[in-house]
Ligand binder design. Structure first.
Ligand SMILES: Nc1ncnc2c1ncn2[C@@H]1O[C@H](COP(=O)(O)OP(=O)(O)OP(=O)(O)O)[C@@H](O)[C@H]1O
Ligand SMILES: [Mg+2]
Length: 419
């Protein structure tokens, strides 16, 4: 049946559909974005007022916070995340457990902010990636996030959009990073070329050349950022109170091990063209151990290891950009994610980016109304907004086939009703 011969929409819609229709038709939606990244540090929450959709999308961040996981919660997630083998019973239980935890975090955050649940339209919940396999055997592309959307909806009383990555994979994409879709909507209208660089467990970038045309977005995961730094602190400095290298102070005291850096950079991922995605499955303990063995660097001090890994991130970000972009003077760089607090990493990046983005202007994302630590959570609020009110992503990823987002023309996310 063609669309033109479809029956007219009935006047009296069923209650749940009416709620959705009202949300879609409203001038403004209040969406709570939730992101739990690969670093397993905690749940980021960002309450956003979103108006419009597509390229008319505007976001105002009303409140944001991170609800840290405690040691036991982190250990439970770590035992599941990025492992080739886990107990199926535990995976199943954790899917529900994490949703309960996130629901509690939502209700507590709203109470803290003085926001009534009834004042929120919906939740955009990324969940926790437990395994990301964008290039699995026989061409199969797959990823899995836990933290059941139905349970989250049930516990909070709010509709939930979740499972954002599945459709992009089904469409032949990588399922990650998804940030470029929202980055292009929020930051794409620019007279000055922009690099958005997120330094989470993994580093990803979105490049937006000036203007509003097509064929002007480049994006991808460049490789590891905090995931290996955190691992070294955890495993080599188990008594270190914070569990990560605060401000990059330890790395600042170390020296780069040139042989180890070369062995780490020899991984084939760094030579794959964008768009591409990766995770701690690839850049985990085995990768680090193999590179240390290959370089005869088994006994490198923790500080030198951290210094070398900081260098790895800075160089692989720059190498990726050099392969993907023309040398562009005077671009803007908008960095986000926990890695922006690592001063040693930022200093290294300023140096390695200079040849490809000479005289770049580093700007604080907060100038754009999006706090850097909340950015990923905000982006998922935008993806949910597009799912509810948009027509599918009209993101200018067209033109050069390497720049085509597989998700162009679709929206992302599954919908859960609370009742
Ligand atoms: N003050 C700081 N100094 C150095 N590193 C920090 C600091 N604060 C946070 N970090 C690092 O940032 C990490 C968390 O970053 P973030 O939450 O952006 O990553 P993520 O959870 O992996 O998210 P995503 O996968 O969405 O990028 C921490 O694990 C830590 O390594
Ligand atoms: Mg995080």
């Amino acid at each position: 049946m063609s669309a033109s011969s479809a029956p007219p929409v009935p006047q009296a819609l069923p209650r749940r559909i009416a709620r959705l229709a009202a949300m879609a038709a409203a001038a403004r939606r209040r969406i709570l974005g939730l992101m739990s990244g690969t670093s397993l540090d905690g749940l980021d929450l960002a309450l956003c007022d979103v108006t419009g959709h597509g390229r008319a999308t505007r976001v105002q961040v009303l409140a944001h916070d991170t609800r840290p996981y405690d040691a036991a919660q982190r250990a439970r997630l770590r035992a599941l995340a990025s492992q080739e083998q886990v107990a199926l019973a535990e995976l199943t239980l954790a899917h529900a457990w994490l949703a309960e935890l996130h629901a509690q975090a939502v209700l507590e955050a709203l109470a803290r902010w003085g926001v009534d649940v009834a004042g929120v339209d919906c939740i955009a919940s990324h969940g926790q990636t437990v395994y990301h396999a964008p290039r699995g055997p026989h061409g199969l592309r797959a990823t899995l996030q836990i933290g059941d959307g139905d349970r989250l909806a049930r516990r909070t009383g709010l509709p939930v959009v979740s499972d954002f990555r599945q459709k992009e994979l089904a469409a032949g994409g990588e399922g990650a990073p998804l940030a470029p879709y929202a980055d292009a909507l929020l930051f794409g209208d620019t007279a000055i070329p922009r690099l958005l660089l997120n330094l989470g467990g993994i580093a990803n970038f979105t490049w937006l050349s000036a203007g509003r045309g097509t064929a002007r977005v480049r994006y991808g995961d460049t490789g590891p950022a905090n995931t290996l730094l955190d691992r070294v602190v955890r495993e080599r400095l188990p008594r270190h109170a914070e569990g990560y290298d605060r401000d990059g102070a330890l790395a600042a005291r170390g020296r780069t091990h040139a042989g180890l850096l070369a062995a780490l950079k020899a991984h084939a991922y760094f030579r794959q063209p964008c768009p591409k995605s990766t995770g701690p499955e690839t850049f985990g303990a085995d990768y680090l151990r193999a590179a240390q063995a290959a370089a005869g660097a088994d006994h490198v001090s923790p500080a030198d290891l951290l210094a070398t890994l900081v260098r790895l991130t800075a160089e692989t970000v720059a190498d990726t950009l050099r392969a993907e972009l023309p040398v562009t003077p005077g671009a803007e760089v908008l960095a986000s994610g926990g890695g922006t607090h690592n001063r040693t990493l930022l200093a290294a990046l300023r140096e390695t980016l200079e040849p490809v983005l000479p005289a770049a202007r580093w700007r604080d994302l907060a100038e754009f109304g999006v706090p850097g630590d909340a950015k990923e959570a905000v982006l998922f609020a935008v993806l949910a907004n597009e799912t509810l009110a948009g027509e599918g992503f009209d993101v200018p990823l067209g033109g050069d086939p390497r720049a085509v987002g597989a998700g162009a023309g679709v929206s992302f996310g599954k919908l859960s009703f609370p009742d």
